[in-house]
Design a protein. Structure first.
Length: 247
């Protein structure tokens, strides 16, 4: 079984792509809804939660874990890889493709505060974004909106406008979604950003990478339909709704 872990329902956007790549695999999705959002939490608290979730996955026979959370990846994935023997797949900040394909030389990144502070984000920024201007925007309130099942309310659209419009006004022609919750808001973000702006969702690339890593252990199951288990440490109402419509 492949474990998929997020602070809440956002990782379903990654699970959707994993299923597209490897539909025959069995997936165990865990939403840590009781402790969501992770963005404002100190790294050590996120590390302890990630360890607890991983040990639960291991007891259930998981052979690989996808940390489908940018904040948890930034805070905990190095610790998890050092502590446990199974492979861990994290969320890679999609700055590289945005920087390579930007015609304006301006790239916007919408993410949590925890992601922006992470070593992985900072190293990726230094390696691939030296020739572009990067506009960073903390998406305060967006994770909570998705966890409520709010994808298009007037209040949410106003909040998104306050984040997206300054990026576009500054010339950004690519906007990177730096949190797995944000693809659920992609339609609204596209409407606000306009047709000339490319929205970069890293989930498909992460799923392709997961398939390659699994192939080093055994042949991925790319046909058929495996089992899907959905669990949450908190209220699972929105998890059930999204899982039934997306998965």
């Amino acid at each position: 079984m492949i474990g998929v872990y997020d602070s809440g329902v956002g990782g379903l956007s990654v699970l959707k792509e994993l299923i597209r790549e490897m539909p025959g695999e069995d997936y165990d999705y865990f939403s840590d809804g009781a402790n969501c959002p992770y963005g404002p939490k100190p790294p050590q608290e996120i590390i302890l939660r990630a360890r607890t979730v991983t040990e639960d996955f291991l007891r259930r026979g998981t052979e690989m874990v996808v940390v489908a959370c940018n904040t948890a990846t930034a805070a905990a994935i190095a610790d998890l890889r050092a502590r446990y023997l199974i492979p861990f797949i994290g969320m890679e900040p999609a700055i590289k493709p945005a920087a390579l394909h930007s015609a304006s030389g301006v790239v916007g990144v919408l993410a949590t505060a925890g992601t922006f502070k992470g070593r992985l984000y900072l190293s990726t920024l230094a390696r691939f974004a030296s020739d572009v201007k990067v506009i960073e925007q903390v998406g305060t309130g967006l994770v909570e909106a998705v966890e409520r099942g709010d994808f298009d309310s007037p209040q949410l659209i106003a909040l998104l406008r306050s984040y997206i419009e300054p990026m576009v006004a500054a010339g950004a022609d690519h906007i990177v979604l730096g949190c797995t919750h944000y693809p659920f808001l992609e339609d609204a973000i596209r409407r606000i950003a306009g047709a000339g702006v490319t929205i970069v969702n890293p989930a498909p690339a992460v799923a392709r990478h997961a398939r390659k890593v699994l192939a080093t252990l055994r042949a991925p199951r790319t046909e058929g339909c495996g089992s899907r288990i959905f669990r949450s440490s908190g209220d699972d109402t929105v998890l059930r709704q999204l899982a039934s419509t997306l998965i």
